[in-house]
Design a protein around this ligand. Structure first.
Ligand code: UDP
Length: 474
């Protein structure tokens, strides 16, 4: 059975001080339009996990603002068997053009996929009324489309992933998803290049966004960020440090109290050690092993470089739809074990506590704010929220020139792009260039912040949603 995740409404007025008069009145007009378009209807979002990953990050923030303007927006999370999530993870890889574990995606898998979705759809059909808009997220949910459409819902499928050079794996995924896809009135992709031919007549491009008011992005004094990281065991503590506090979404202050689960040799880095940080789910497509290889190469080239690497991700069993996390982390740990002592000493593999999502967000916030360089060395990436989060914090970023990352980062203007994600030397060179030239790094970071303000906040995203609903009504 799917479950309903309650999302507290957030007032749109929060954005007023961020916008000029014209921008604010446009946003208000969009809100009025959204209310009118969805009067008497519910706007459902359906996804496959309530925690961990970009989709679980994105949905509640948009639902919150939609509710804040009087739209009845809701979030449902489907439930599935381990076998279902194994199949959908394989599909996730295939849409990225990757073979994953190479397991089949044939008729038998399709039957098992449909079976789990049939159980979920029964409950959905009780909730969803004719005329409601149902936004299904990612391949886990596409198979819900036919039953929902038959019941009179207006179904949209939003795909958050893609592949720059579609191959046989991508074709296999589209074939698997075709029956569900046929029932979607509209499809949404993060970039035009991801739209497959069968969706060309009903596709729109909407890039994701971050919520600049979320706990993850709230301003933190550097000393407080230190204190939070010291509490989790990611930095050495300092005497007389302030309390590791953050502000919860409801405005109440709270303390970070949990430690991360960290694999490392030796002590925590000192607070003034420059950190290179990648925060990602433990997914091979995020290439944590490649980051480690690139960083190890950098240290071999420059053994005296004062820098350390933190690879951080969620506690491995916490992400319902990601069964690969444990094995991916194990692979990184094995690679770490093979490194020479001087490399192992300067690399920290951290699983962040996920029991309290706001506390987790505060830790990620502190880590991103404290980082000297934030990396996202993905092999494919529909859109990397982690990079947008870091750019908002005015951090210099190094991202692979793949997928949506290429649309987020303008090379040498607001960050650096690494052309060949398979080349550790290029990654090492980019990181070095930022560590060795803090002024340039700061300049890129300042422009990064402005770029996010202009393109990747909820203001732009909500406007795109109005366009989507208008198109559905046309
Ligand atoms: N994230 C997190 N805690 C973690 C690891 C990741 O909160 O331990 C968040 C991260 O801050 C970002 C999202 O998960 O908001 C990942 O989104 P992204 O688009 O980068 O990648 P995805 O996981 O969707 O592939």
């Amino acid at each position: 059975k799917p479950f309903d995740v309650h999302v507290q409404a957030e007032p749109l007025t929060r954005f007023e001080p961020e916008l000029d008069a014209a921008g604010w009145s446009t946003l208000q007009a969009q809100a009025t339009r959204a209310r009118a378009l969805l009067a008497g209807r519910t706007f459902w979002n359906v996804s496959s996990t309530a925690r961990g990953g970009g989709v679980a990050e994105l949905i509640p923030r948009l639902v919150a603002y939609a509710r804040g303007v009087g739209v009845d927006a809701r979030w449902l999370v489907l439930t599935g068997t381990p076998e279902f999530f194994h199949i959908t993870k394989r599909l996730h890889h295939a849409l990225h053009g990757s073979r994953g574990d190479g397991s089949p995606l044939g008729a038998g898998e399709h039957d098992r996929y449909d079976e789990v979705l049939r159980d979920n759809v029964e409950e959905l059909l009780v909730l969803v009324k004719p005329g409601d808009v149902v936004l299904l997220h990612d391949p886990q949910t596409v198979g819900l489309a036919p039953a929902l459409a038959t019941a009179g819902a207006r179904v949209v499928w939003r795909c958050h992933v893609g592949c720059d050079t579609p191959n046989a794996e991508v074709a296999r995924a589209w074939e698997f998803l075709a029956p569900g896809l046929a029932a979607a009135r509209l499809t949404v992709f993060t970039r035009a290049a991801y739209v497959p031919p069968q969706c060309a007549d009903r596709a729109i491009v909407i890039q994701p966004s971050i919520d600049i008011f979320a706990v993850k992005n709230q301003p933190l004094a550097p000393q407080v960020a230190h204190a939070i990281l010291a509490t989790t065991g990611l930095l050495r503590g300092t005497p007389g440090a302030p309390e590791p506090v953050f502000t919860r979404a409801d405005g109440v202050p709270a303390r970070v109290s949990r430690g991360a689960d960290i694999v490392r040799l030796g002590a925590e880095p000192a607070p003034d050690t420059p950190l290179v940080v990648q925060v990602s789910r433990w997914d091979p497509l995020k290439d944590p092993a490649g980051v480690l290889r690139g960083f190890a190469l950098l240290l071999r080239q420059s053994p005296d470089l004062r820098a350390q690497l933190v690879l951080a991700g969620p506690a491995v069993t916490s992400v319902a739809d990601d069964p690969e996390a444990t094995s991916t982390l194990q692979d990184v740990i094995s690679l770490w074990r093979q490194q020479p002592h001087f490399v192992r000493q300067r690399v920290h593999l951290a699983c962040l506590p996920m029991g309290d999502l706001e506390e987790n967000a505060a830790i990620v916030n502190a880590l991103q704010r404290h980082a000297a360089v934030v990396a996202q060395k993905s092999l494919q990436e529909g859109f990397g929220l982690t990079i947008t989060e870091a750019m908002w914090k005015a951090r210099p970023v190094v991202a692979s020139a793949v997928g949506g990352l290429q649309d987020q980062v303008v090379h040498d203007v607001n960050g650096l792009l690494v052309r060949d994600p398979g080349d550790p030397a290029e990654f090492a060179g980019a990181v070095r260039s930022l560590l060795e030239d803090p002024e340039r790094a700061a300049r890129l970071g300042r422009r990064a912040h402005e770029h996010v303000r202009a393109h990747f906040t909820a203001v732009r995203h909500l406007t795109d949603f109005v366009r989507l609903i208008e198109r559905l009504d046309a």
